[in-house]
Design a protein around this ligand. Structure first.
Ligand SMILES: Cc1cc2nc3c(=O)[nH]c(=O)nc-3n(C[C@H](O)[C@H](O)[C@H](O)COP(=O)(O)OP(=O)(O)OC[C@H]3O[C@@H](n4cnc5c(N)ncnc54)[C@H](O)[C@@H]3O)c2cc1C
Length: 301
């Protein structure tokens, strides 16, 4: 059985990890440079900045057991009821897959079924002969792919909308502390994550400012640079001075949080062996992504 997985976030990597014991021919594709998806880590030299999900906070035994397993493998560490990464949040994904089975920087744009699956990327490269196709990308991106879907799942995917999230990474090689008080009054900011608390670097500090849904959704058709300029206009002079003493990296997560949750744990069509799973099938968060992909993989093992 030759299996293709599209998407190397937690859903895709967890699928791979569970299926790998039984199936030895699995290829996982991602359009990004590495694994992680929204469990993303930026590298500044040898330092890590997690600018998607900052930590895992399990509410189910399933995710807790997974976090304990990753802790036993030195990928996460337990801090009270949370699990924080030891060397970057994306390692929770890359640890699960074999490098040789990962095809990165490859955006799949088309998938056709004719007894077997053929995939095509945006450079017209073809990947052929897959018996099963498992897709783990956000619903909106899946609908943008050229793939024939049954009406029932198509209608369901069309119901899934996303909140966007504009984030601003601030980092400094001087272990500079951000004066968070200067941002408390800003109504566009949801929270500020202090990455320095996780990694305890001596000569490096980093923060991620998360703007709220209202601000991020309102501007999500603009470029990240344009949104950054608009965001700066909402800051006081002192806050502007404060951020200018850091290196700044703006980022827009267009599909950050699914607003709708489908009323099924995953989709699977036995006829053409097409499976779909991800956070929008369950809970709309990391826990949902983990559970949806675990339940789908249980079907085959
Ligand atoms: C800023 C931010 C903060 C968050 N904070 C939290 C939090 O605190 N707690 C929480 O529970 N959740 C949080 N989330 C949500 C959480 O990260 C997601 O629910 C979860 O990571 C989804 O995992 P996934 O594998 O289903 O999807 P993704 O992580 O989105 O993975 C999908 C992968 O598919 C790839 N892809 C997409 N299209 C294609 C294509 N055509 N071809 C090839 N590859 C493709 C993408 O590059 C991506 O790697 C946050 C999200 C963001 C953006």
């Amino acid at each position: 059985m030759k299996i293709a997985i599209i998407g190397a976030g937690i859903s895709g990597c967890n699928l791979y990890f569970n299926l790998k014991e039984k199936y030895n021919d699995i290829t996982i594709f991602d359009k990004a440079r590495g694994t992680g998806g929204r469990l993303s880590t930026k590298y500044i030299g040898d330092k890590f900045i997690d600018h998607g999900t900052p930590f895992l906070e399990p509410h189910t035994d399933e995710l807790k057991d997974f976090c304990l397993y990753l802790s036993s493998q030195n990928i996460l560490k337990a801090r009270y009821d949370k699990f924080t990464p030891k060397n970057g949040m994306n390692k929770a994904c890359s640890f699960l897959i074999k490098k040789d089975d990962f095809i990165r920087q490859t955006r799949i744009t088309k998938a056709t079924f004719n007894e077997k699956w053929t995939l095509e990327d945006d450079n017209n490269n073809k990947y052929e002969d897959f018996d099963m196709l498992l897709i783990t990308i956000p619903a909106t991106q899946l609908l943008q792919m050229n793939i024939e879907l049954d009406d029932d799942i198509k209608e369901n995917l069309e119901k899934v909308n996303y909140d966007s999230r504009f984030t601003l990474i601030l980092h400094s090689n001087n272990d500079k502390k951000l004066d968070e008080n200067l941002f408390l009054e800003n109504e566009n900011i949801e929270k500020i994550i202090d990455n320095s608390k996780k990694y305890l670097y001596k000569d490096f500090s980093s923060y991620v400012i998360h703007c709220n849904n209202d601000f991020s959704n309102k501007h999500n058709e603009k470029s990240k640079e344009e949104i950054f300029e608009i965001f700066k206009e909402t800051l006081s002079n002192k806050a502007l001075e404060e951020i200018s003493s850091f290196e700044q990296i703006p980022h827009l997560w267009k599909y950050a949080f699914a607003k709708t949750c489908l009323d099924m744990p995953f989709y699977y069509n036995e006829k053409n062996k097409l499976g779909i799973c991800g956070d929008y099938f369950h809970l709309n968060n990391v826990e949902g992504a983990y559970l949806s992909s675990s339940i789908l993989s249980d079907k085959f093992i």
